[in-house]
Design a protein around this ligand. Sequence first.
Ligand SMILES: NC(=O)c1ccc[n+]([C@@H]2O[C@H](COP(=O)([O-])OP(=O)(O)OC[C@H]3O[C@@H](n4cnc5c(N)ncnc54)[C@H](O)[C@@H]3O)[C@@H](O)[C@H]2O)c1
Length: 374
Amino acid sequence: MPITHEIFVDLPGRSYNVSVGVDILTDLGRIVASTTGSAGRVVVITDSNVGAIYADTVRGRLSDASGLCDVIEFPAGEEYKNLATYGDVMDRILALETPIDRRSVVVALGGGVVGDLGGFVAATALRGLPFINVPTTLLADVDAAVGGKTGLNAQAGKNLIGAFHQPSAVIIDAAVLETLPADELGNGLAECVKHGVIRDWALLDFIEDNAAKITSCQADTLAELIGRNVAIKAAVVSADERESGERAHLNFGHTIGHAIETAAGYGLLSHGQAVALGMVAAFHIAESRSLIDSSVVERVRKILAELSLPVQFDDLPNSPSDVRDPKCLRRVMSHDKKALGGVVRFVLPTAPGSVAIFDDVTDDQIEAAVAVLG
Ligand SMILES: NC(=O)c1ccc[n+]([C@@H]2O[C@H](COP(=O)([O-])OP(=O)(O)OC[C@H]3O[C@@H](n4cnc5c(N)ncnc54)[C@H](O)[C@@H]3O)[C@@H](O)[C@H]2O)c1
């Protein structure tokens, strides 16, 4: 099966291609060799879930093409995206029987946790090795794998340790999403809806027309969905690599979404569920400020519901009372690392497919929007 989409991420001196297709992992060795320019030594970093399903295939393909391929696996889960795992993975790489050198290539095979940790290992091993990202969750495909942010969680908070390290290539095989648990698919779908809202209203038409094929993991449809979303993320990142301007638009839905996730406590709801609710709340704030009309809000609520994402608190299997308390959510928001001097910055829709940043959203508007969630 051919590559169906090639997206160029245009960054001065660090440009790269994102290749999207179905069953393209079978061609991984050739793609990696052609990207790195030589049949060099490859170290694959993966987690225990992804490794159990895909490590043998990937090792085989890479060994055929480059000769020497080691696989380093760490336990799956966000709780392992930390300094201890980083230290362990780094020590194991540096102790490999055939030592790595500056031409060795790190391949991160997994979801956003593996991409972030593997990318940070690549950024720091021998002061920086080439890095190829092979994402295996929809969230990593459409969001985490493109943009060059790598890193770890610290005791003080998520993603506080890290570096920008752009990959040399990103290779996305939509067929691997077949083994992804349904909740994990929802995390990526929330980001896809976000991309439609901020840049490409026609993407929402595509999602609405293909909701059944998407939720049942039809690979060709997912490849098309991923290609369109990567193009949006790549355009935003190319315009603003270090998040000083328009990259902030990618935070749409995340201001209230992060607060909901934090107030709920770890593991009670997924990131995608929180972002879906955050987007609905942001739409209600925009409506209350007469930026958009109610038909647009209803359309987005309908699309989220078709993707089995929540649009009100009652759609969640369990939501603790703190999450429903607007004052508690407002407090959490002003402690967010993205709040500047306690001012909570909102990205709000201003027209279909377009958003702007607002620093003057009032507590009353936030509380009214949270109240609409139920
Ligand atoms: N760097 C960035 O720009 C960026 C952007 C967004 C999110 N992130 C980070 O990404 C992480 C979340 O990523 P995620 O949602 O991919 O989570 P994840 O990496 O934890 O993957 C979710 C689960 O799915 C499993 N899995 C992955 N692919 C699979 C497959 N094909 N089949 C079966 N199981 C599979 C994993 O083992 C894990 O248990 C967070 O740490 C977040 O901070 C980074």
